[in-house]
Design a protein around this ligand. Structure first.
Ligand SMILES: Cc1ncc(C[n+]2csc(CCOP(=O)(O)OP(=O)(O)O)c2C)c(N)n1
Ligand SMILES: [Mg+2]
Length: 371
């Protein structure tokens, strides 16, 4: 089991030790575009939350390479069980930014009709299973899906994403244990961003690394520079290949950093030294990939600007579109609960209609969110 940090691009503290994966220039540029789009979405969505236009948001700032690089190593038939900090996966798999925004607004185009918390996306068409609020839930789900694929002899893999804090959950143990015992084609991606809300890594585990935990479950554990998108891709590609030929699961620890707050409800300056953020800003995954692409003459300044402009335009149009739609009809809250409405639901609906008529129930949301 290698615990050396896998690095393609190298960094001040990390020597390059792995060759660049053989990706076509257009694949590299597509990964770059999605990283930029994810960053811009993050920035706009946090502002929309502050303006009271959406209720809640979870920034992925600084973790773009970690989740987009891993997802780039999958095929469309593989199943994804993400965490709440991985919006770039859906974008990379072809979902429009407008669809993410419909969900954040909880409008009537959102296929969950505003019943889920913002950023709790699910997209059946790209095999992306709903994000769960309780941490760790997706780990056991992914292990189960991988076991099912193995039993059905399907040649696909399941991949799941979770944070360093989530390794303390029961589901981490259950998921890795089952996947190990059944040699299930499952990739476990622990995005080690140093924090679980305000709990630092050293308060989370006495293990030297997160990847070391793999040994106890009988699977390989690898550590990768999580801000080096090519290293992340290379590590995942190898794990996926192994899983596809029946060699079972892998635990990948991506070493990254949460450059923003935990969520729009958090103020990280109350518990985190801003000097650490300055160090990590120098390892920005987008800046590093941009410099690498420029060095290989795969990206010119004008082309980079054009990518940014297109992303900005797409985002602007998506926000306009999502805001035009409006909320789902209040009555939809009674749908999809039972095959037919119950007498109690009929009574509640009559009561609600009466309250709305009398103006004692607020219409629309006002941007507040308790979490
Ligand atoms: C079972 C459970 N316990 C506690 C929480 C509250 N909670 C939400 S996110 C979080 C921290 C998770 O940290 P980590 O797994 O490192 O992911 P990160 O937010 O850093 O991406 C906690 C404790 C929860 N959602 N579910
Ligand atoms: Mg964390």
């Amino acid at each position: 089991m290698s615990l050396e940090l896998i690095s393609v691009m190298g960094d001040a503290g990390v020597p390059a030790n792995t060759p660049a994966p053989s990706l076509a220039p257009e694949q590299l540029l597509e990964i770059y575009r999605v990283m930029v789009l994810t960053r811009l979405l993050d920035d706009r969505a946090m502002k929309l939350q502050r303006q009271g236009r959406i209720g809640f948001y979870v920034p992925a700032l600084g973790q773009e390479a970690s989740h987009i690089g891993t997802a780039a190593a999958l095929t469309a038939d593989d199943w994804v069980f993400p965490s709440y900090r991985d919006p770039g996966i859906a974008l990379l798999r072809g979902v429009g930014v407008v669809e993410l925004l419909h969900q954040c607004y909880g409008n009537s185009t959102d296929h969950t009709l505003g019943r889920q918390m913002p950023v709790h996306y699910s997209f059946k068409k790209i095999r992306l299973v709903s994000i769960s609020s309780p941490i760790g839930t997706q780990i056991a789900q992914a292990a189960g899906a991988a076991m099912a694929m193995k039993i059905r002899k399907e040649p696909h893999v399941a991949i799941t994403y979770f944070g360093d804090g989530s390794t303390s959950s029961n589901d981490f143990h259950a998921g890795l244990n089952f996947a190990g015992v059944f040699a299930a084609p499952c990739i476990f991606v622990c995005e080690n961003n140093g924090w679980a809300i305000s709990v630092p890594l050293e308060g989370q585990t006495a293990s030297a690394t997160m990847a070391a935990k793999a040994e106890a479950y009988g699977m390989p554990g690898v550590r990768v520079d999580g801000n080096d998108v090519l290293a992340v891709y290379a590590a995942t590609h190898e794990a996926v290949e192994r899983a596809r030929v029946g060699h079972g699961p892998t635990l990948i620890e991506t070493i990254t950093f949460r450059m923003g707050g935990h969520s729009s409800s958090d103020d990280a300056s109350r518990y985190r030294d801003p000097k650490v953020c300055e160090i990590w800003a120098k390892r920005d995954p987008i800046d590093r990939f941009k410099a690498w692409l420029e060095g290989k003459k795969l990206l010119k300044v004008a082309q980079e600007q054009a990518i940014r402009d297109r992303c900005e335009q797409e985002l602007k149009e998506a926000i306009d579109a999502a805001e035009k739609v409006g909320p789902p009809a209040v009555s939809t809250m009674f749908d999809d609960v039972y095959a037919t409405r119950t007498t109690q639901q009929d009574e509640q609906w009559a009561e609600l209609k009466d309250a709305l008529k009398r103006g004692v129930v607020a219409k629309g949301h006002h941007g507040e969110f308790p979490l």
